[in-house]
Design a protein around this ligand. Structure first.
Ligand SMILES: [Zn+2]
Length: 284
């Protein structure tokens, strides 16, 4: 998770266990548009039972898949989800869309959702490149492939408003087709998180995906060793962190074990730092 940063430094930020693993969340976000349509950003890797036991062990997957239970707690059914917006198609972000067992029936988590993703990412994930078989395992990609074409909305441009108040912005870096997601059009965004409820309605959220997965990845070289274009991840930070701090955007982290996101400030010595953080809630 920290690429070139020596362990003796990163272990002070997130202490590893005896297997050298650190805790991570797969944070997602439920969105309700003004017209009542509901959708989700990134869906995690799905039910741990879908993975072979060795894989579960390697990845220290917890036994529960909390997304369906979290939706249930909010009285939202998986059938009500009409759109899913994805930063990229790695299985820890898109695997929750469904599962295709080798000898069983295909499971689709959100039967009525249209999937929004960048076309470059779709091509990478679906072309069956043997170099990428671990990143885009067929069991996770098959349910996507099986969707009727009208349920897949592929974005070609670098910045595209895909739904009212939601823009997909290509970052590259982590993968060639990786996107960040900007939510809020500057008016009346209501956030149902106890720490954000009282913030101005004009607040905007930037869901950064894996170009800035935790609050410990704000510095340039703190980046994932599996970024396919590491320099582009750095370029993204150069371009966007000043903007996030200056414009007061709420930066949401997809893998932070403790925080849902943070507001940033510029720091002369360290570049950018957390100005105010918002802890992850149980309904994540
Ligand atoms: Zn990830």
């Amino acid at each position: 998770m920290f690429g070139l940063v020596p362990k003796m430094i990163w272990e002070q930020l997130l202490a590893p266990d005896e297997n050298n693993c650190i805790a991570q969340n797969l944070n997602t976000l439920l969105i309700e548009l003004r017209d009542g349509r509901k959708g989700i950003l990134d869906v995690g890797w799905g039910n741990p039972d879908w993975f072979p036991s060795r894989e579960r062990e390697f990845r220290c997957m917890e036994s529960e898949w909390s997304l369906p239970a979290s939706l249930q707690a909010l009285q939202v059914s998986t059938e009500e989800i009409e759109f899913v917006v994805l930063t990229h198609l790695h299985h820890d972000h898109a695997g929750g869309l469904g599962f295709c067992p080798e000898d069983g029936e295909m499971l689709v988590t959100f039967p009525n959702a249209t999937i929004f993703v960048h076309a470059a990412e779709w091509d990478l994930a679906t072309q069956g490149d043997p170099l990428l078989f671990k990143a885009y395992p067929e069991v996770s990609i098959a349910p996507l492939r099986a969707l009727p074409p009208e349920r897949i909305f592929l974005v070609d441009d670098d910045v595209t408003t895909i739904l009212p108040g939601i823009a997909l912005i290509r970052s590259g870096g982590h993968t060639d087709g990786h996107c960040t997601i900007l939510i809020g059009d500057g008016e009346s965004l209501q956030i149902e998180h106890p720490d954000l409820r009282d913030d101005p309605a004009s607040l905007r959220i930037l869901y950064a995906g894996d170009v800035c997965p935790t609050s410990h990845h704000l510095r340039l070289v703190y980046q994932l060793s599996y970024d396919t274009h590491p320099m582009d991840s750095r370029r993204w930070k150069r371009e966007w962190l000043p903007r996030i701090a200056h414009d007061g955007l709420f930066l949401m982290f997809d893998h932070d074990p403790d925080l849902y996101g943070a507001f940033l400030r510029k720091d002369d010595r360290r570049g950018f730092m957390v100005e105010r953080s918002v802890p992850a809630t149980s309904q994540a």
